[in-house]
Structure formats: structure tokens, C-alpha cells
Design a protein around this ligand. Structure first.
Ligand SMILES: Cc1cc2nc3c(=O)[nH]c(=O)nc-3n(C[C@H](O)[C@H](O)[C@H](O)COP(=O)(O)O)c2cc1C
Length: 194
């Protein structure tokens, strides 16, 4: 009886793991900005890019950078002003490069929070592709807003995608305390079944 119970527990566990385990190919798509940045000074690698690389390394995923054709300036304040205008005008900045998502089943989507939202260039990329039936896992760096309104915006933009639990991290943590960032990333990935 005890053995039967153990077998039952094990098979239920195996079934739930199989359900959680992601299938197929995985892409990490990320927008991230270098230069002068809030709370961290002038940076050579963007905060969100640091997190994106941790995810790609841990999952074996491909990495794609969502880059605007016209780069943003180095300065922080001037970038916030441009970003505010782009958000208010609901523009879709042209991209330097595109990436097809057809071969991917799961897309980790990373971006900094800009005025509570993803940068508009992220929407340019999302709207150019069909995410129906794909699993989308957002992650963001910020300096106080958490995910802001960004998840709502993503869900409106990709109504056919299956969203999973997101990760919000302080940009300064990603930039200046990599062990803490890695710990948070690994814990989140484990919870997602990776
Ligand atoms: C244009 C702009 C707008 C921002 N707006 C917000 C915001 O609304 N809330 C917040 O917490 N942080 C905001 N930040 C801070 C960034 O989200 C944060 O520094 C992030 O880690 C930058 O990531 P990156 O280096 O990958 O670009 C803003 C930064 C910029 C440049």
C-alpha cells in the first residue's frame, strides 16, 4: 500500500514537472540602453542586457537585441524627454535589425521601464510578428516602478500569446550586485520550470 502511494505521488510529480517544463526553442529578446543611466552613472552594458545574458546562459536560449535604427543619445535626461514624446505620440521607432519568431515557442522579453511602459521600439518588434500560441515571459529592470503598466500593454499588444510570471529587478542591482541579480533570476527560472 505504501509502495503504491509512493508510486502515485511520484507519477503526479512527474506529470506536473512535464507540464511546467518548457518545450521547443527559446529566444531572449531584449531592449537595453548604455550611456548615462539613472542610479548607476555611465554604463558600458545596459542593466536589462545583463539580466538577458543571465537568462540566455541559464536556458541555452538565443539572444536578440531590439535596437532602434536611430540610437538614443548618451545623456539620461535628454533620453527621458525623447521617450516621453514617443510615448505620448504612440510612435513605433524603426529598428536596426529584425528577428523572426516563427521557430521559437518561448520568448523571454526584456526591457527597461520607461515612464511606466516598455520603450516604444519593443512594440515595433512585437507588432511585426505573430505571437499566437507562443509563451511570452516578460522581465524588466526599473528604479522603483516594478513592471509598471508594461504587462497590461504587452497583453493588449499580443492577445494570442500565453503570458507567464514576469521578473522585475532594480537596474542598479543588475549593474552593481550581480550575485544578487543572478540569485533572483535563477529562483524565477526554477519557478518557471527551466
Ligand atoms: C527614458 C527613461 C524613462 C524611465 N522611466 C522609469 C520609470 O517610469 N520608472 C522606473 O522605475 N524607472 C524608470 N527609468 C529607469 C530605468 O528603468 C532603469 O534605469 C533601467 O534599469 C534601465 O535599463 P537599461 O540599462 O537596460 O536601459 C527610466 C529610464 C529612462 C532612460
Amino acid at each position: 500500500m505504501k509502495r503504491l502511494f509512493t508510486a502515485l505521488v511520484l507519477s503526479v510529480l512527474a506529470a506536473s514537472c512535464a507540464f511546467a517544463a518548457p518545450k521547443g526553442k527559446t529566444l531572449v529578446a531584449v531592449f537595453s540602453k548604455t550611456g548615462e543611466q539613472y542610479a548607476v552613472g555611465t554604463i558600458a552594458e545596459g542593466n536589462t542586457m545583463i539580466v538577458a545574458k543571465m537568462i540566455a546562459q541559464a536556458t541555452g536560449a538565443d539572444l536578440f537585441e531590439i535596437r532602434p535604427a536611430k540610437p538614443y543619445p548618451e545623456g539620461y535626461t535628454v533620453t527621458t524627454e525623447i521617450a516621453k514624446k514617443e510615448l505620448n505620440a504612440n510612435v513605433r521607432p524603426a529598428l536596426a535589425e529584425d528577428k523572426d519568431v516563427r521557430e521559437y515557442d518561448t520568448v523571454f522579453l526584456g526591457y527597461p521601464i520607461w515612464w511606466g511602459e516598455p520603450p516604444m521600439a519593443v512594440l515595433t518588434w512585437l507588432e511585426a510578428h505573430d505571437f499566437k500560441g507562443k509563451t511570452v515571459i516578460p522581465f524588466a529592470t526599473h528604479e522603483g516602478s516594478g513592471m509598471g503598466r508594461s504587462e497590461r500593454t504587452l497583453k493588449q499588444t499580443l492577445p494570442g500569446a500565453n503570458f507567464r510570471t514576469s521578473l522585475a529587478l532594480r537596474g542598479a542591482t543588475a549593474q552593481n550586485d550581480r550575485p544578487a541579480a543572478k540569485k533572483a533570476v535563477d529562483k524565477w527560472l526554477t519557478g518557471l520550470g527551466f
